[in-house]
Design a protein around this ligand. Structure first.
Ligand SMILES: [Zn+2]
Length: 242
């Protein structure tokens, strides 16, 4: 990131907004707050590492192109993927590790509630453990405490949002769902990436190498760079409601 872009981004505002999901839940949508008239085309790539495997090809593309990304890791993913973890840690200038939970349990509270088929947390104490377990793992690996949290499924309820924020975290939303959980085709993901606008926060997945996410990023990022887009991590910018 150039010093100019970095300086501009330091002046941005923070907040988060919500839009409808389940009747009791919300999906947080954010964009980077880019000052009007600022000569920057900043976009943030966020990659979730929910569980499962390591998409080395996707990360290698980002390394080759010197494109930074904010990586939302679970403790479960870190424990299962030591080689992937080592590759991320070898590039602290590019990859910022943030909190995606300990065991990838949705950050909603209520026995019997399910999000996309995954059972919710039974109570507040379990949610706090979900947030703090991954944070401790990240801090012990990097020496840096995460400042952003994104729950599994990116759905929250009012109580869970309040708890997460009271623990000192910003809930990290997004504005472009690039790969729908790594289920989309390369052409579909590429189309969504080509359509990004300055200030967008992109979400994609780096835990499903059998998907087409890596291929789409490799095919699309060079043209975005050629168009003047510059990629930033979330802590290098500020969030505002999308
Ligand atoms: Zn996830």
């Amino acid at each position: 990131m150039s010093r100019t872009v970095f300086t501009l981004l330091l002046g941005l505002m923070v907040s988060a907004t919500v839009t409808a999901a389940p009747s009791w839940g919300v999906e947080v949508h954010d964009r980077l707050a880019v000052p009007s008239g600022a000569p920057t085309k900043a976009v943030a790539i966020t990659l979730d590492a929910c569980g499962g495997a390591f998409d080395a090809s996707l990360i290698e593309t980002l390394i080759d192109l010197r494109v930074p990304a904010t990586i939302f890791v679970t403790k479960k993913w870190l424990d299962r993927n030591p080689a992937g973890t080592a590759m991320l840690l070898a590039h602290p200038d590019l990859f910022e590790l943030e909190d995606h939970g300990t065991s990838h349990v949705p950050a909603v509270i209520g026995t019997g509630r399910r999000v996309y088929g995954i059972a919710a947390e039974p109570d507040a104490a379990h949610l706090e453990e979900e947030v703090s377990g991954a944070a401790q793992a990240i801090r012990s690996l990097t020496g840096r405490a995460p400042v952003f949290f994104r729950g599994a499924t990116a759905i929250y309820d009012a109580q869970s949002m309040q708890i997460i924020r009271s623990m000192g975290y910003q809930v990290a939303g997004f504005s472009v769902n690039a790969d729908a959980g790594a289920t989309l085709s390369e052409a579909q993901i590429s189309a969504r990436l080509r359509a990004v606008q300055p200030g967008d926060i992109v979400i994609a997945h780096m835990n499903k190498p059998a998907g087409s996410t890596a291929e789409a990023f490799a095919a699309t990022l060079p043209s975005l760079l050629a168009k003047g887009y510059r990629f930033v991590t979330l802590s290098g910018g500020r969030l505002q409601p999308a």
